[in-house]
Each structure stands twice: as structure tokens, then as C-alpha cells.
Write a protein that binds this ligand. Structure first.
Ligand code: PMP
Length: 440
């Protein structure tokens, strides 16, 4: 018997034994094509020798030095590398061990910023329904996934939620994408005015919505309007790129493609590429200077922040993503993946929408394509697709349509950027067989 506390107590998963390129092998030797990089994590695949060499070298040199006493060479190098490629105005990096910690740090930094500049009444956040920002309590409060939130309500961080930018479901007949974007962005202003701007800290959003909607990008102009509204009312714009950042959408930061300037941006998953647990919160110099001029101390911290081995691994990952050309490869292979998905599923009677950017793609499964009616949640369609695909040796990341009883099931495709054209064919072939088995 196993003493590991598993995710699902009634499911005993296979034992992962080794990884090579785009594949994970279990201890019986069965190969699984990693079509979702786990959960959009393994951007470089599973056996990158440069990353593992950097980890080994750093382990020999210095595994750990507490940030209460030291910074470290890998942390300094990684921060410099990230800032050299970060959106305009982003100037400082705070390292943590994962996505939820990055979001939690962002929420606390944003609150402390307003305390430092003498606006203590600002204490609320606004975020979007059908979003996910992590499972710790603050991140859970900003997330808009009702199924995850409800068991723990009331949550301590006061957050209200507006509509996501979800064109497939919500753009009305005859409405242009731009008009639709302005309409949903303007919900932010309505909510700020309802709460009183003096009570609101900031707006939290994923540029491309990952787990909860399945790779849904915004329409053109949406984030421009969001930025304007934040500026008008003195809010901070916090972009959560934990899943969509680090080259996943074909640019290092997803928000580059929307021309939007965040005040704080969070990253994780692809930063360590699965080789080490690491996340980061990046912020503007304005925020940093407010802390510097005020208390001089960000009232936060964890034992493992800025872990030298994690930073050493991530420094090689980001080098590969930038000068090494892997983000450019994600853009090119992502285009090929998109073409293959459209060719294979474009006419499928139960695939309502194929969307995404770069190596971040989503398929929305519906019962009726014409009316976009989802399958009843009790059918458990996305779970069944996941199971059938996994048995056939394909890892993909599905989510069920239980969030508001209106959204369809979806499958998220987020493979390593090293994927070859032959592996794209293997992915679409296995997914097609899984759909045939489950959807008929
Ligand atoms: N934000 C987003 C957008 C995410 O997708 C996730 C993880 N799926 C998180 C935050 C939380 O990250 P972690 O699981 O590393 O805590």
C-alpha cells in the first residue's frame, strides 16, 4: 500500500519513472506524450541536459542560503535576465516557489503599496469570474472558480468578480469583437464606482485564461481599456501569467501581444519548466520605490524564496526561452499545432471552438455545435476524455463544465516547445481517438 496522500483518494495513478523529450515513461515502460506539459509546466520537455547540469553544479556549489542573510549569484543573474526581457516599467523581481505564492505575494505587495503611499482605505480586489489564481486562501479569493471557492467561503480577501473576456460564449450577434471587449472591460469601471475607487486596490486577470476556460485570449483592445480604467481610478493592474507566461503563447510575457503595461506580473510554471519549483512576482519601480521610501521592508516572505538551485535552473530555462530561441519556436510550432487542430477537429460535431495562442490551445466540447449547448455536467465528458487519452498514452488537461452550468467542457493543449511535427500528428491522432471513444 502507498502512504502518499494522492490528489484523488480513490484513484491510484501509475508511477512516473523517467522522462525523455516530450514523453514521460511509467515504471512498466509505457510512454505518455506530454500534450499538456503536465499543467503547462514542462516547456522544454523532460530531459534537458543543460538545465539538469546547472542544477547539479549549483547543488555542489551552494544549495541554500536564507534570504534573511544573503542574496545569491543565481538569483541576481535570473532577476537581471528576466528584467532585460520584461514589459516596460517592470523593474524588480521577488522569487517564490510556485504560482499561488507568486499571486499571494502580489496581493500583499499591492496592499502594502497603498499603505505606504497613504491610501489605507484601499483594501478590495476586483477579478473575473471563471479565472484561477491559485489554491492558497488569498489567491483562491481572487479566483472566480465557484467550485473551488465555495467550500472555503467566506474567504478573507474581499474580492468582487466581473465577466471574463470570453468571445465564443458571450459576444452577441452583430457585435464586433472590439465593441464586445469594451463592453466587458467597462464592467470593471461600473464595479469600481459601485465599491468606491478609494476602496479598491487593483484588478487581477490572466491575459490568456488557462485552466478554467481553456486558453481563451482577450479580444483586441480589451486590455487597453482595462489599463485606462485602472489609471483613471488609481488601481494597480496585476496580470497573472503563471500559466500563460514564459513563452507559452509565443512571446516571453503573454501581455506583450496586447500591448498592455502591468504594475505587477506573476509567473511560475514555465519559469522552472518543471525542473525546480519556482515562481516570481515582478513589479514596477514605482511600487518598489514606495516601499523603499516608506518602511523599507516588504512584510512578507517564505523560507525558500530565491532558492539558489531553483534560480540556477530557471536562469538556464529563461536563457533557452530568449536567446536560445525556444519562445520563437513556441510561436512557430504553435501555428502548426493550431493548423493541425483545425484540420482534425474543425468540422467535428462536438468541438465548438478551437482557440489560443502559441503552444497554448483549447478545444471546447459541446453537445450541439449550432446552439453551443454544453453537455450536462453529470456526463463528466472532459474527465472521460482525459482518461481515454491517458490510456492511449496522451497527457492532456481537461476541465468540466460545472462552473456556471453554462460553459462547455474543454481540453487544454500545452505541449513542450520542442514538440516535432510528427509528435503534433501523434497528439491530434490520439486525441481524435479519445473523442471518438467518448463522444461517438
Ligand atoms: N495562477 C494561474 C493562472 C494558474 O494557472 C495556477 C496553477 N494552475 C496558479 C496561479 C497557481 O499556481 P501553483 O499551482 O503553482 O500554486
Amino acid at each position: 500500500m502507498s502512504h502518499v496522500f494522492p490528489r484523488h483518494t480513490r484513484i491510484r495513478p501509475p508511477i512516473a519513472a523517467r522522462g525523455e523529450g516530450a514523453y514521460i515513461y511509467d515504471n512498466t515502460g509505457k510512454a505518455y506524450l506530454d500534450g499538456s506539459g503536465g499543467a503547462a509546466v514542462s516547456c522544454l520537455g523532460h530531459s534537458d541536459p543543460d538545465v539538469t547540469a546547472a542544477i547539479k553544479a549549483q547543488a555542489d556549489r551552494l544549495a541554500f542560503a536564507h534570504t534573511g542573510f544573503f542574496t545569491s549569484e543565481p538569483a541576481e543573474a535570473l532577476a537581471n535576465r528576466l528584467i532585460a526581457h520584461a514589459p516596460e516599467g517592470i523593474d524588480r523581481v521577488y522569487f517564490v516557489s510556485g504560482g499561488s505564492e507568486a499571486v499571494e505575494s502580489a496581493l500583499k505587495l499591492a496592499r502594502q503599496y497603498f499603505l505606504e503611499i497613504g491610501q489605507p482605505t484601499r483594501h478590495r480586489f476586483i477579478a473575473r469570474r471563471q479565472s484561477y489564481h491559485g489554491n492558497t486562501l488569498g489567491a483562491l479569493a481572487t479566483g472566480g472558480n465557484a467550485w473551488r471557492r465555495e467550500p472555503f467561503a467566506p474567504l478573507m480577501v474581499e474580492t468582487s468578480h466581473i465577466s471574463p473576456c470570453y468571445e465564443y460564449r458571450d459576444r452577441q450577434d452583430g457585435e464586433s469583437p472590439e465593441d464586445y471587449g469594451l463592453r466587458v472591460a467597462d464592467e470593471l469601471e461600473t464595479e469600481i464606482l459601485r465599491l468606491g475607487p478609494e476602496n479598491v486596490i487593483g484588478f487581477v486577470a490572466e491575459p490568456v485564461v488557462g485552466a478554467t476556460l481553456g486558453a481563451v485570449p482577450p479580444v483586441p483592445g480589451y486590455f487597453t481599456r482595462i489599463r485606462q480604467i485602472c489609471d483613471t481610478h488609481g488601481l494597480l493592474l496585476i496580470l497573472d501569467e503563471v500559466m500563460c507566461g514564459m513563452g507559452r503563447t509565443g512571446t516571453l510575457f503573454a501581455c506583450e501581444q496586447d500591448g498592455v503595461r502591468p504594475d505587477i506580473v506573476t509567473i511560475a510554471k514555465g519559469l522552472g519548466a518543471g525542473y525546480q519549483p519556482i515562481g516570481a512576482m515582478l513589479c514596477s519601480d514605482t511600487i518598489y520605490q514606495a516601499i523603499e521610501a516608506g518602511s523599507g521592508f516588504f512584510q512578507h516572505g517564505h523560507t525558500y524564496i530565491g532558492h539558489p538551485m531553483a534560480c540556477a535552473a530557471a536562469d538556464v530555462v529563461v536563457e533557452k526561452l530568449t536567446t536560445g530561441g525556444m519562445t520563437a519556436r513556441a510561436a512557430v510550432m504553435g501555428g502548426k499545432l493550431d493548423t493541425a487542430l483545425h484540420t482534425t477537429f474543425g468540422q467535428h460535431p462536438h468541438i465548438g471552438d478551437i482557440r489560443g495562442r502559441g503552444m497554448f490551445r483549447g478545444l471546447e466540447i459541446v453537445e450541439d455545435r449550432a446552439t453551443k449547448t454544453p453537455f450536462a455536467p453529470e456526463r463528466g465528458i472532459s474527465k472521460a476524455v482525459k482518461k481515454a487519452a491517458f490510456e492511449a498514452g496522451l497527457i492532456c488537461y481537461p476541465m468540466g463544465g460545472t462552473i456556471d452550468g453554462r460553459r462547455g467542457d474543454h481540453v487544454l493543449i500545452a505541449p513542450p516547445f520542442i514538440l516535432t511535427e510528427a509528435q503534433i500528428d501523434e497528439l491530434t491522432g490520439k486525441l481524435s481517438a479519445a473523442f471518438a471513444q467518448i463522444l461517438g
